[in-house]
Design a protein around this ligand. Structure first.
Ligand code: PAF
Length: 275
C-alpha cells in the first residue's frame, strides 16, 4: 500500500496504473474509518483493479460552530485498516495541499442542497461539493463509493458528477448498522454509553415508520407521527419523508425517510427507504 500526500503524486501513480489498463475504485473519507467505510472499500475492491482511499477532514464542510477541531483523527489505525482491506493507495493531503489559497470557486448543487442537512448546516454541502469535485478531478476516471447513510450527500455528489460531466460513476452502498440498529458513523465515537443507548431512538423511529408503511399505512403525517413517538427523549432536528430522487416532501411512500437528532453534543443522521 502506498501513502501519498501530494496531488501531483496521486496523478503520477494513477497515470502509471491506467497505462496498464487498470480501473480505479475510489473511496473518499474523512478518516476515523469503521466497518461502514470498509464495506465501501470492499465494493470498490470487488469491481476494480486498484482501490484508492482519501483521508481528509475537509474544513470547508464544517460550520464555524461545528466539530472540526474535535472530529476524530485516527490516521494510524485508518492506515492499518486500509492495508488490511487491500487498499492500494491512500491519499492523505494536508489542508495546505487541498486549499493552498482560500477557494474562489463555489459549487452549489441547487435544490438538492437546500432541505434537511442543507437547512440545518448552512454551507455544508457547498464544502462537500467543492472537496468532492477537487478529489474527483485529482483521482480522475473512476467509480466512487459513498454510503447511503448520507443519503442527501450521495444524491448531491451524483448530480455534481453528472452536471460537470466528470468521468466518475458514483456508486451508493447500503448503510452498515451495529447489531442494535445504530448506523455506523465516525461521530458515534463521541457518544457516551448512556448517549449511545438514547441514540437508538433514531433507527427505532425510522424502522417503526418503515414497518407501519409495510403494514399498509400510507399517510406521511401519520407515519411521521409514529416515528416522532420514538424520538420523545431526544432533540429532533428534523424527521422528513421525501422523494428518493429530488428530496422534495411527499405525502405517501414510496419515499426516503430522513432524520437528524442531537444526543448530548453529538448530531446523528440516518434514513430508511419506505416502499
Ligand atoms: O462523507 C464524508 O466522509 C465526507 O463528506 C466526504 C464525502 C469524504 C467529503 O469530505
Amino acid at each position: 500500500m502506498i501513502v501519498v500526500e501530494r496531488i501531483e503524486d496521486v496523478r503520477k501513480e494513477l497515470a502509471a496504473v491506467r497505462v496498464l489498463g487498470r480501473t480505479v475504485g475510489f473511496v473518499p473519507t474523512m478518516g476515523a474509518l469503521h466497518a461502514g467505510h470498509l464495506s465501501l472499500v470492499r465494493a470498490a475492491r470487488a469491481s476494480h483493479d486498484i482501490v484508492v482511499v482519501s483521508v481528509f477532514v475537509n474544513p470547508a464542510q464544517f460550520g464555524p460552530h461545528e466539530d472540526l477541531a474535535a472530529y476524530p483523527r485516527t490516521l494510524e489505525s485508518d492506515l492499518k485498516l486500509c492495508e488490511g482491506a487491500g487498499v492500494d493507495f491512500v491519499f492523505v493531503p494536508g489542508a495546505d495541499e487541498m486549499y493552498p489559497r482560500p477557494p474562489g470557486v463555489r459549487i452549489v448543487v441547487a435544490g438538492l442542497s437546500e432541505p434537511m442537512e442543507g437547512r440545518a448546516r448552512p454551507g455544508h454541502f457547498e464544502g462537500v461539493a467543492l472537496v468532492v469535485a477537487k478529489l474527483f478531478n485529482i483521482v480522475g476516471e473512476c467509480s466512487a463509493y459513498f454510503g447511503q447513510k448520507d443519503a442527501q450527500q450521495l444524491r448531491i455528489v451524483r448530480r455534481l458528477a453528472a452536471d460537470l460531466d466528470l468521468p466518475v460513476q458514483v456508486v451508493g452502498c447500503p448503510t452498515v448498522r451495529d447489531a442494535d440498529g445504530l448506523a455506523l458513523s465516525s461521530r458515534n465515537f463521541y457518544l457516551s454509553a448512556d448517549e449511545r443507548v438514547r441514540a437508538l431512538a433514531l433507527p427505532r423511529a425510522l424502522f417503526a415508520i418503515r414497518d407501519a408503511a409495510a403494514a399498509g399505512e400510507r399517510d406521511a403525517r401519520t407515519l411521521l407521527a409514529r416515528g416522532r413517538d420514538e424520538l420523545r427523549d431526544v432533540e429532533v432536528d428534523y424527521l422528513e419523508m421525501v422523494d428518493g430522487e429530488d428530496l422534495r416532501p411527499v405525502d405517501a411512500p414510496p419515499a426516503l425517510v430522513c432524520g437528524a437528532i442531537r444526543v448530548g453534543r453529538t448530531r446523528l443522521i440516518d434514513n430508511v427507504e419506505v416502499t
